[in-house]
Design a protein around this ligand. Structure first.
Ligand code: G3P
Length: 217
């Protein structure tokens, strides 16, 4: 499973990239707003840090406007992935951009039928929003399972990018259900390493090691 980080915070991205665990980055207009940075400037910095795909989202809602914005975003770097909303215009733009050789991420997916359309439009990634479905009492993970089955039935190459991940359990479940990628907020990504028994065990090993008076040299 690939790990993307869901943020436009450059220092978090740089830090996590240094761990060697990062395969890409996703941003959206809300994350750009949260960063307080200029979209072009911050996206350029992110693309220089990470080798993998960096999703940058268009904000136009019509086909022509989306293509214009996509052309601007694509110029930032070779690893830009154009993020498009799951609307008819977004799907049309997706088809056009993928045929032109661009990487695309179709976002705001809340149903299996929407994911089927995105795959038919040739999307590189489909982003089903787990947490936002859970928020309205619909099991977000069921959507991952449905999309996995449909994509496997027809051998669609579109990668399932589990988004709106809020917890470590979401990451585990998305992996169990066969999502290709999880885009994870920085704090949740860091939390995956934590286990109280690891901390306790390490403490005990170090205490016993002290008692031996030895050093590994
Ligand atoms: O990148 C889009 C998605 O991950 C947003 O998550 O927590 O705002 O629903 P959230």
């Amino acid at each position: 499973m690939k790990f993307f980080v869901d943020t436009a915070d450059v220092s978090e991205i740089s830090d996590l990239n240094d761990t060697g665990l990062l395969d890409g980055v996703t941003t959206n207009p809300s994350l750009i707003m949260k960063s307080g940075r200029d979209i072009m400037e911050v996206t350029r910095e992110i693309c220089a840090i990470v080798d993998g795909p960096v999703s940058a989202e268009v904000t136009a809602i019509d086909f022509d406007g989306m293509l214009k914005e996509a052309a601007v975003l694509a110029k930032i770097a070779d690893n830009i992935c154009i993020k498009l909303p799951l609307t008819m215009d977004g799907l049309k733009a997706c088809k056009h951009l993928t045929s032109d050789g661009h990487k695309t991420n179709v976002t705001l997916c809340f149903s299996a039928n929407q994911a089927l359309l995105a795959a038919k439009a040739g999307a590189t990634f489909i982003s089903p929003f787990i947490g936002r479905l859970d928020d309205i009492n619909i099991e977000g993970m069921d959507l991952i399972a449905e999309i996995r089955t449909i994509y496997d039935n027809y051998d669609f190459k579109t990668e399932i990018l589990a988004a709106s991940i809020r917890t470590a359990n979401h990451v585990k479940q998305a992996a169990l259900y066969g999502a290709d990628v999880a885009t994870i907020p920085p704090a949740t990504l860091r939390s995956l390493v934590k286990h109280p028994l690891t901390d306790k065990g390490l403490e005990a090993f170090l205490a016993d090691w002290q008692k031996t008076g030895q050093k590994i040299v």
